[in-house]
Design a protein around this ligand. Structure first.
Ligand SMILES: Cc1ncc(COP(=O)(O)O)c(C=O)c1O
Length: 419
């Protein structure tokens, strides 16, 4: 990492992206002034020049505990000295402990979990579980949803541009409007499951009215379909609840997790199911869904430590308080610049600012970067800038980010006028 000068490092990264990773992405990143990430700790990333950035993109929600949390790092280091990956033929005690801890903090009787390495794999597992448990094929999801980019998860996602090059996708998938339960009874007829994010993250931070998930629960029960809550982005404190479905006091049949699950240190994903659902699917076929790397000792050691920090440091409460501060601040800025901002919305520390035109974002995000704050678009809705800092963020850091955002919006309004 320290080889060569600072300029060399940036040039090397660009050349390697251009030649060996993704040429058009390399050019877009260069044009938008993307620096090189060199080091990170807590809420901050440092670039090749030693410049610090408050991380309000937060790895799209990965860094719930911030970067390199010392307790998670210590747990991983300690585990690595003993055994990193599972040999698979013997009991893995760390996986057992992580699964037990997850069942303790998960809502209701969610109990049996399958561990993998990413969010999209968790969705694949949940879709398969639903099919095996119900003997039905159809999966219902919502317009604008984002569930990942492997074929199954992509099939139930809701953005045509990501799906189009890869057709045919999974057959027997239907989409209904998000935050509106009125079409559910019809759509769920003979369906294996309804998959829904408690708050749509990549769809543009869409928060449904309170009670929506209760209506979903009731419709799934009437249809005999499973209710799968995709909490990959909303779970583990992000929305000011341990799990965002708790806002409505409902227990899904299956919950998918990833992002914050291992505290931002090792990739990990999981789904957790009610025992009766799991048994209906896999009691007689325990090896039909497996993963070589899933449930590794180091990933589970990280997850165990991360869940402990989340609960013991009461990061859920901080997410709620700082989330209110962030959203209030964004709403104040929205009132000042109605020509640029249509609406600010969010739950906890998942905040989205919908612009009146996509073009403003291309100015605001680089301006914020210059001011030392990262932010990002949402994947399915480029008109929405998402702000989702680590749950450990302080009051003064939220103020700094709001200052950078306000300056970015002011600059965009001045340079671009009405779009
Ligand atoms: C709600 C939701 N589900 C699934 C995924 C896919 O996760 P991954 O990118 O780890 O595959 C994402 C990623 O943004 C997500 O937000």
């Amino acid at each position: 990492m320290t080889r060569g000068t600072v300029e060399d490092l940036a040039a090397e990264a660009f050349e390697n992206y251009k030649n060996f990773i993704n040429p058009p992405l390399a050019r877009v990143m260069k044009l938008s002034g993307s620096p090189v990430e060199v080091r990170a700790s807590g809420t901050t990333i440092w670039d090749q020049n030693g410049k610090a950035y408050l991380d309000f993109a937060g790895g799209y929600g990965v860094f719930t505990l911030g970067h390199s949390h010392p307790r998670v790092l210590a747990a991983v280091r300690e585990q690595m000295e003993r055994m990193s990956l599972s040999g698979k033929t013997m009991f893995n005690v760390v996986l057992g402990r992580a699964a037990k801890r997850l069942a303790e903090i998960a809502p209701g009787d969610l109990q049996l979990s399958f561990w993998c390495n990413s969010g999209t794999e968790a969705l694949e597992g949940a879709i398969k579980l639903a099919r095996a448990a119900t003997g039905r094929g159809k999966i219902v999801a919502t317009h604008g949803a984002y569930h990942g980019k492997t074929l199954g998860a992509l099939s139930i996602s809701g953005r045509e541009a990501f799906q189009e090059p890869f057709r045919p996708l999974l057959a027997d998938v239907a989409h209904v409007p998000f935050a509106d339960a009125s079409e559910l009874d019809g759509a769920l007829h003979d369906a294996a499951a309804f998959v829904v994010e408690p708050v749509q993250g990549e769809g543009g931070v869409n928060v449904p009215p309170a009670g929506y998930l209760r209506a979903v629960r009731a419709a799934c029960d009437r249809a005999g379909a499973l209710f799968i809550a995709d909490e990959v982005q909303t779970g583990l404190g992000r929305c000011g609840y341990r799990f965002a479905c708790e806002r409505d006091g409902v227990v899904p049949d299956v919950m998918t997790l990833a992002k914050g699950l291992s505290g931002g240190v090792i990739p990990v994903g999981a789904y957790i199911a009610r025992p009766d659902v799991w048994n209906r699917a896999y009691a007689k076929a325990p090896l039909v869904h497996t993963s070589t790397f899933g449930g590794s000792e180091i990933a589970c050691a990280a997850a165990l430590a991360a869940m402990d920090v989340l609960i013991e440091d009461d990061l859920v409460a901080n997410a709620r308080a700082r989330g209110e501060q962030l959203l209030d601040g964004c709403r104040t800025i929205a009132l000042e610049y109605p020509q640029v901002i249509r609406e600010a919305r969010g739950l906890g520390l998942l905040v989205g600012v919908e612009l009146t035109s996509e073009g403003y974002g291309g100015w605001i995000i680089p301006e914020m970067l210059k001011a030392g704050v990262t932010a990002a678009w949402t994947l399915n809705q480029q008109r929405v800038i998402r702000l989702e800092p680590p749950l450990i963020v302080s009051e003064s850091e939220v103020d700094i980010a709001l200052g950078a955002f306000s300056a970015g919006v002011a600059a965009a309004a001045e340079k671009l006028g009405h779009l």
